[in-house]
Design a protein around this ligand. Structure first.
Ligand SMILES: NC(=O)C1=CN([C@@H]2O[C@H](COP(=O)(O)OP(=O)(O)OC[C@H]3O[C@@H](n4cnc5c(N)ncnc54)[C@H](OP(=O)(O)O)[C@@H]3O)[C@@H](O)[C@H]2O)C=CC1
Ligand SMILES: Nc1c(N[C@@H]2O[C@H](COP(=O)(O)O)[C@@H](O)[C@H]2O)[nH]c(=O)[nH]c1=O
Ligand SMILES: [Zn+2]
Length: 369
């Protein structure tokens, strides 16, 4: 039977499931980071969250953690996302729940992946189980924002990030060395490395590579490197740029005219890992300025990328802002004054958080359109 009335304890256990689900952040991609709690007689008897990509789903881990499996016949299982119904890298979790005769299932939100999309719930209902759907639904959807954006908007969840001087520039007019001019302090920069571990890809424009020679990997935090996505219309970037080194994988996006396609590629692109589909070269039509951002999104979608952090420069960030193709912006404001230089992007969004990291200010915006 499908139930729609929820009580406080349902919310409490889904809150706990959301809390432990966050252990999978940056590890489960492109799978969602699900949390699961199993309760018997008002006591949590086991918990689980999604393992690193290719490993167990949250429900499997939670059920494996139950010591006395006989209790499952009287238990309630709480999950942030509808249990799956399909054979992916692992068998369907809804079958496992049925197999263990768990009578009550409480679900945060329905899975919008077309392979599941209600079929997991149907399986459970057809097996005569009590199913509640939509407990803390908004919170669960927000938690699974990367996964839902990917399936519903057919593009990755997009985070814009930049650091601007106190007078609104992201770089000075000129500089002597091919490396970034740091506006933010080391703690802010460490936070950026943490953010890099949380997203599947990181993207920058050509000028940023030419001027900064960034590496774009994770150094000041522990976690997975994102895939480095580099826009290089004319394949002008040299093989020895740091973004093509062996420290992480790179995807090059270039223009689709004959001249560039025939350009001999002189550097090796690292092989895709098992979360990627397609090869690590992609072609778009850069002459169509008005839909460049959409084409880039389509490319990332085809490569199964659920989230991307765009770290500049201004032109690249503005491209996505003008196309309305962004979800969150994380903007640092430092104390430096440049007087002139590369102007920071112009963005209109809802300010949802403001904090300070020593003297740096951090503003978080949401795209409400
Ligand atoms: N403080 C911060 O957070 C950050 C600062 N920066 C700074 O920003 C500056 C770069 O930003 P910005 O100039 O806006 O550029 P981007 O990094 O956004 O690069 C995109 C631009 O590069 C130019 N370009 C040059 N050669 C090519 C090519 N072969 N293919 C495609 N595009 C090409 C294009 O300019 P055009 O359209 O004119 O052809 C294009 O619009 C750097 O000085 C860097 O230090 C960068 C990232 C973050
Ligand atoms: N200058 C500046 C930033 N610059 C961004 O960081 C990139 C360098 O990455 P990496 O080589 O991996 O350290 C650089 O190309 C640009 O995208 N970021 C910030 O948080 N604060 C700053 O003040
Ligand atoms: Zn599953």
């Amino acid at each position: 039977m499908l139930k729609l009335n929820y009580n406080l304890s349902d919310q409490l256990y889904i809150t706990r499931a959301l809390q432990i689900a966050k252990n999978g952040l940056g590890l489960t991609r492109p799978n969602p980071m699900v949390g699961c709690v199993i309760v018997h007689n008002n006591t949590i008897i086991a918990e689980g969250f999604t393992s690193e990509y290719g490993g167990n789903h949250a429900e499997v881990n939670a059920i494996n953690n139950v010591q006395d499996k006989a209790l499952l016949k009287e238990a309630t299982i709480f999950v942030t996302l509808e249990p799956c119904s399909h054979y992916g890298k692992t068998p369907p979790c809804s079958d496992l729940i049925i197999h263990h005769q768990i009578p009550n299932i409480v679900i945060g939100c329905v899975d919008d992946n077309p392979e599941v999309a209600g079929k997991g719930i149907k399986k459970l209902l057809d097996a005569g189980r009590n199913v509640k759907v939509g407990v803390l639904e908004a919170e669960c959807k927000a938690h699974h924002k990367r996964f839902f954006t990917f399936h519903n908007k057919k593009r990755p969840y997009i985070i814009l990030k930049w650091a601007e001087s106190n007078d609104g520039f992201i770089a000075p007019k000129s500089k002597n060395e091919q490396k970034p001019v740091w506006i933010t302090n080391t703690y802010s920069r460490q936070l950026v490395h943490k953010w890099r571990t949380e997203e599947q890809a990181i993207l920058v424009g050509t000028n940023t590579v030419l001027h900064d020679n960034p590496t774009l990997n994770v150094r000041d935090w522990t976690g997975n490197n994102p895939l480095r996505v580099i826009l290089d219309k004319n394949k002008a970037l040299k093989a020895d740029c740091n973004v093509f080194n062996a420290k992480a994988e790179s995807l090059l996006i270039y223009h689709n005219n004959k001249a560039t396609q025939n350009t001999k590629q002189t550097w090796s692109i690292h092989p895709p890992n098992n979360t990627m589909v397609g090869d690590l070269n992609a072609v778009i039509d850069f002459s169509q300025k008005e839909n460049q951002a959409q084409q880039i999104c389509d490319t990332l979608f085809k490569h199964n990328i659920n989230s991307v952090i765009i770290e500049g420069g201004s032109k690249t960030l503005q491209l996505f802002i003008d196309a309305g193709l962004w979800d969150e912006a994380r903007v640092f404001k430092g104390q430096t004054i440049f007087k002139e230089g590369v102007k920071a992007p112009k963005l209109q969004g809802k300010l949802i958080n403001q904090s300070s990291i020593l003297e740096d200010l951090l503003y978080i915006y949401k795209n409400t359109n």
